[in-house]
Write a protein that binds this ligand. Structure first.
Ligand code: COA
Length: 173
């Protein structure tokens, strides 16, 4: 599998994927509208096929992972894409990466939390407001769960100083 920077040839496809996945060709985060097809990002390909994409937006020390989309789940595509975005954000001097998912998206919650993200904010009921802008956002989401709340997750990108491994003192038996 290959991960490369999103090129202009990919933008139409990114727009189509966004429409399919997010109920419109834009996403709303913290009241801000993003057009993923206009953002920088990465595309994963397997031979000639596009199998995943991630888009991001850098704002000073913060990098927002705006979208991440794996066409074949549980094969390592999401991990590779996230690693590339984190690497790019670090190189740009970012100290934090954050993203938004929804209460029904248990796969994403698991994915991010297992990769160092922590839940930093929960906006209860906020999908109702987003539906005013995006009426196509479904009421029922993944696993038949009512789609109601936004969950914001974030992860520090600074390298934390490594700690000496903890050693038990010798015990006299
Ligand atoms: C969230 C999402 C991006 C994760 O992508 P993914 O490609 O499934 O992620 P990965 O395959 O890298 O990792 C998922 C799991 O598969 C496992 N995995 C990786 N390679 C594997 C393989 N070859 N065989 C079996 N499992 C594998 C990983 O270990 C990981 O498990 P873990 O979380 O317990 O560590 C994906 O579920 C997705 O696209 N969802 C829809 C869009 C979305 O909701 N985006 C997030 C909000 S913007």
């Amino acid at each position: 599998m290959r991960v490369s920077e999103l090129s202009d040839d990919d933008r139409k496809w990114v727009q189509e994927r966004t429409e399919l996945l997010f109920g419109g060709d834009f996403v709303v985060s913290r009241d801000e509208v993003h057009d993923p097809h206009k953002l920088p990002g990465f595309i994963a390909t397997e031979g000639p096929e596009r199998v995943g994409l991630a888009t991001y937006s850098i704002d000073g020390p913060d990098c927002e992972l705006v979208t991440i989309d794996s066409l074949c789940q549980f094969m390592g595509i999401g991990t590779l894409l996230l690693e590339r975005v984190e690497e790019t954000a670090r190189q740009a001097g970012c100290t934090r990466i954050w993203c938004i998912t929804t209460n029904d998206n248990l796969d994403a919650q698991r994915f991010f939390q297992k990769r160092g993200f922590v839940i930093s904010e929960v906006r209860l009921g906020s999908m109702a407001k987003i539906r005013l802008l995006k009426p196509n956002v479904p009421r029922i989401g993944c696993y038949g769960i009512p789609l109601r709340d936004e969950i914001e997750l974030s992860k520090p990108l600074v390298d934390l100083p490594s700690r000496e491994p903890f050693q038990l003192p010798p015990i006299d038996c």
